[in-house]
Design a protein around this ligand. Structure first.
Ligand code: ADP
Length: 369
């Protein structure tokens, strides 16, 4: 059926419209510019527990708990006087009040409609109780998982230390009593314990980022980068590296986390270099309106575009362990650090063309650029 056919009969058009509105899953409310309810659909009756007759002519505040209720007149007056819109044309999460007095979360978006010089507002409401509950459950589960990872990795350190100590004793005091096969097993044991230490240490560090809070301090990002570079002087020399570090800002945040972030990115640019060419490592900055971006660029092996997001996931690695050692947790730690500051981290890279890791920090963290 086309709308042109419908327009032949306004009555029919209205009935169709009414049927559509009443069968819409979301609640629809129309109010006038004083907040008086003009119409509600069936979904709205179900969401709030009122009949349409009970709501007609009432002020829409009846559906709002405080503080929305007490603030509504002021909000509308302010909006009419040209003030800021908080829901009109935007949509946001607010709370609703049912007839039985219960309060529930809802998504509300309001549109302003003008018909023959008269202003109306039509609101779309969606009860998001189930979604909110699911979100809360996920958050609780993820907090429990983080706690579990923290406790498990922490508690694994003790038996790991014992395994390492015993294999050391075996290697020192019993090597001559072992045949070749026994020595091979001992070698595997020692290697596995070392590998486990790396994983346990990284998982512990990762989960600590959630559990432990670091007090912010003002520090020089340039000094931190110089400290990291000093730590890897030997590796840089071996890679024939040419480094180019721009002037970096003073930052307010956790110095130790910034250190770890830069340490991971710089260590990766050394590890994933192309052996055939000297390493070129540059660190530079750029600024947007709200963000300050620091970039770490190398001319290393790079990676295909399909890995640009996945490499920031826990344990994601693109190479076998015998090619490049590692746990696949470094970039996940970087991501967690940057997101903890409400920043973003991403990579630009192509196979054999180097990689540039960028991370942005909100401007409020920049003390002096
Ligand atoms: P790890 O280095 O321990 O494997 P990361 O989380 O630091 O773990 O990095 C994940 C993966 O991303 C690496 O295995 C590697 O394949 C890729 N990668 C990271 N940094 C670079 C880089 N600078 N150049 C090329 N590939 C990189």
């Amino acid at each position: 059926m086309s709308y042109s056919t419908l327009s032949e009969s306004e009555d029919q058009a209205l009935s169709v419209l009414r049927a559509i509105l009443d069968n819409t899953v979301d609640g629809l409310i129309t109010i006038d510019d004083t907040g008086r309810i003009l119409s509600v659909n069936k979904a709205c009756e179900a969401i709030f527990g009122y009949t349409e007759a009970e709501l007609a002519q009432q002020n829409v505040k009846i559906l709002m708990p405080d503080p929305y209720r007490s603030g509504h007149d002021g909000y509308m007056a302010n909006y009419h006087a040209g003030g800021e819109a908080r829901v009109i044309g935007i949509g946001r999460e607010v709370e609703g009040l049912r007839k039985d007095g219960s309060v529930f979360p809802l998504d509300l978006s309001v549109a302003r409609v003008e018909v023959r010089g008269q202003v109306f507002y039509s609101g779309i409401v969606r009860d998001i109780t189930v979604r909110k509950r699911a979100e809360e459950e996920i958050l609780a589960k993820s907090a429990a998982l983080e706690r579990f990872a923290y406790v498990a990795s922490h508690d694994l350190k003790e038996p790991l230390r014992a395994i390492e100590a015993i294999s050391e004793i075996l290697a020192l005091d019993y090597a001559d009593k072992l045949d070749e096969e026994g020595l091979t097993y001992l070698h595997h044991l020692t290697e596995s314990a070392q590998r486990m230490r790396l994983v346990v240490t990284d998982v512990l560090e990762y989960s600590r980022l959630d559990i432990e809070q670091e007090a912010p301090e003002d520090f020089s990002a340039g000094d931190v980068v110089q400290d990291v570079l000093k730590e890897v002087t030997l590796e840089l020399e071996q890679a024939g590296a040419v480094t180019d570090v721009a002037s970096l800002p003073d930052i307010s945040g956790s110095r130790i986390r910034f250190y770890r972030l830069m340490q991971n990115l710089i260590a990766n640019s050394i590890k994933y270099r192309r052996k055939s060419v000297p390493l070129k490592l540059s660190i530079y900055t750029s600024q947007g309106d709200d963000e300050y971006t620091i970039s770490v660029a190398d001319n290393g092996i790079g990676m295909e575009v399909e890995y640009h997001v996945a490499i920031f996931d826990m344990f994601k690695r693109l190479h076998a362990r015998h090619e490049y050692a590692g746990t696949g947790i470094g970039l996940a730690i970087c991501k967690k650090i940057v997101e903890g500051w409400e920043g973003r981290i991403w990579v630009e890279s192509a196979r054999d063309s180097g990689s540039t890791f960028h991370f942005s920090l909100p401007k409020r963290m920049i003390v002096e650029a």
